[in-house]
Design a binder for this molecule. Structure first.
Ligand SMILES: Cc1ncc(COP(=O)(O)O)c(C=O)c1O
Length: 391
């Protein structure tokens, strides 16, 4: 491979030999098509007319009043499918088409990436198979129905916790046996090289737009940019727009809530140590023998024990800071945003909002805070109702 996909000590491609050739083929295709005029034009056309880009930047005035500083929301929740995931599935789906592949597979946690892949499978006329942990199939059932309506097959995966980690394990296993005609449409900026690079590329539109919109609307760059972190794709997408703006502080918010069954949170950057999972070296929640810990979060999309390699590098270099939000404050903030802004945020995105809510009264009123609202919370209404029944 020409470049090894390293971010400092992190990244790489620790995969079975059978996948090396396919990953090389993928890297070559990405290098060839990313700037190909026909590819770029088709992606731009679909991003605008199918997905709904550019997304608005919204000055949340009542939320701002509540916290005491200026909060702007980048409305990725308004995209087709309800989350930022479509930015990546359009890009990789087209790449699959240009490579001559006829079948798509993907893993999913919250079902948003699965849905976004199923949509693109339907759009491009490709047979689509989505691997999803059994716990997630149950708690994100609305998305399971939507995927099936788009013609995808949903494969429930048992595994240790029946969540995203198990889904990726099975998707990788399946891919190993079906590499010739099948494209693995990976859902986050993690996994083996070249996926972190590819997913970052297709999500960078968030940061590029947000930077321009913030200057237009707030009159200057933000002081803080925040995003939630599962594998790290929406966060790297928005951070990428501001990495060179040294005065802009970047904060990634992980799932700090501990589930009753395992007592384990999913904050791999905050509490993990370097190790190897799903083909890459990254911060990982593991025991002293290197066994990966079972995580448990109220938010299916953040319920993952590892994270993308670039975030590990940004943490070590100090360019970004990583913190965690607890389930209780997340549920509280979900209700707050619904009541005072009329917006139901995805529980994933609510982690970033909850951290901002926790800064109430602590920042200068002129502070400009930009939050990536990565998805909408329609899929989470049942979960919120279980924890906070309406009277
Ligand atoms: C709405 C939403 N936001 C965030 C995430 C977390 O993924 P990532 O860290 O790759 O953005 C998910 C994952 O399912 C999601 O559905």
């Amino acid at each position: 491979m020409k470049h090894k996909g390293r971010y400092g000590d992190y990244g790489g491609y620790y995969v079975p030999e059978v996948l090396i050739g396919v990953l090389e083929e993928l890297e070559e295709a990405f290098d060839r098509f990313r700037d190909d005029p026909a590819f770029v034009a088709e992606l731009a056309e679909l991003s605008t007319h199918y997905a709904g880009r550019p997304t608005p930047l919204y000055h949340a005035k009542r939320f701002s009043q509540h916290v005491g500083f200026r909060v702007y929301l980048k409305r990725e929740d308004l995209l087709h499918g309800g989350a930022h995931k479509v930015n990546n599935t359009l890009g990789q789906g087209l790449l699959a088409k240009y490579m001559g592949k006829t079948k798509l597979i993907a893993e999913t946690g919250a079902g948003q990436h699965g849905l976004a892949t199923a949509m693109i499978g339907a759009l491009l006329g490709m047979e689509t198979k989505i691997f999803m942990g059994v716990t997630d199939v149950e708690r994100q059932s609305v998305n399971v129905h939507k995927m099936k309506l788009c013609g995808a097959e949903v494969v429930p995966v048992e595994g240790a916790t029946g969540t995203l980690k198990d889904a990726i394990n099975d998707a990788l296993r399946y891919w190993t046996a079906h590499v010739t005609d099948t494209f693995y449409l990976f859902g986050t900026a993690a996994g083996p090289h070249p996926y972190p690079t590819i997913v970052r590329h297709f999500q960078t539109c968030i940061g590029i737009e947000a930077r321009r919109q913030c200057i237009e609307q707030a009159g200057r760059l933000p002081d803080l940019v925040l995003a939630c972190i599962g594998g790290g794709s929406n966060a790297i997408g928005i951070f990428a727009g501001f990495l060179d703006d040294k005065d802009v502080k970047l904060i990634g918010v992980e799932a700090g809530g501990r589930g009753l069954r395992t007592g384990q949170h999913a904050a791999s950057l905050v509490a993990g140590t370097p190790g190897i999972l799903h083909g890459a070296r990254a911060y990982l929640l593991q025991d002293e023998n290197g066994q990966v810990l079972d995580t448990e979060s109220v938010s299916a999309g953040l319920d993952y024990p590892a994270v993308g390699p670039e975030h590990c590098y940004l943490k070590d270099t100090g360019r970004a800071e990583y913190v965690a939000a607890e389930d209780e404050e997340v549920l509280e903030t979900f209700g707050l945003l619904a009541r005072i802004e009329g917006i139901l945020p995805a529980l994933e995105s609510t982690h970033a909002l909850a951290y901002v809510a926790g800064l109430k009264g602590k920042l200068d009123p002129d502070t400009v805070v930009l939050v990536n609202l990565s998805g909408r919370g329609d899929k989470d209404v049942g979960i919120v109702e279980q924890h906070r029944p309406l009277t």
